[in-house]
Design a protein around this ligand. Sequence first.
Ligand code: 6PG
Length: 242
Amino acid sequence: MNLQVFEDKQQLAEAAARDFSERASEAIESSGRFTVALAGGSTPETTYKLLASEYADEVDWGNVHVFFGDERSVPPDDEDSNYRMAREALLDHVSVGSVHQMKGELPPDEAAMQYEEELREFFGSLGNEPEFDLIQLGIGDDGHTASLFPNTPALEVTDRWAAQNPVPKLETVRITLTLPVINAAKAISFLVAGEGKAEALKEVLEGDAEPYDYPSKLVQPAGELNWMVDQSAASQIAESLD
Ligand code: 6PG
């Protein structure tokens, strides 16, 4: 586990864009392609804008294959759509090898099944979970990540690559990659900014609460685990900084 603390949200975003760019170059050099699952929410938006501008000529976008970690049950042009955020910040500005949208406009169980088929078609359906080169994740103030919320059914899904997940407190059903897929990644980068995340981050990195209460604790990848956080979010994690 690597923990990097940045002065502010902008420096975090720059480091995350650099991280993406360097991993893309390495993966494309070694295997001819870079497979990445983008994070949702608001924190990654600045990173994606930087990739579309300062890194537009740095990355071999034609060999970058874009997936999503999770999606809300909304159409792709909805203001709450993770796909829309990524499209407006990045995908409208660079020409990537392929984009695999999670179809929030479909009934969530159907969208999850459709996404699983798409993952199996792209990564090969036989055998183990797909090994993304990079999965970017955020964390909620309740310790959720992707759309794996505390004590929700999808936390227990081990035989699917994508699942629907009812989230009673949001009165909605989300679509999310499952933990076996997330934990099969070669690298995971958590992007965490703001005071509002400090308590959850402390619990996830240092606390002893049940993992189902803070699902980000269940992210234990076979590969690298990188926590990229700003100082506000790191304000309560003294131990981990020693
Ligand atoms: C989503 C996300 C979710 C997000 C966190 C943090 O669709 O909401 O995938 O897991 O990463 O909620 O969101 P913010 O970056 O907006 O704080």
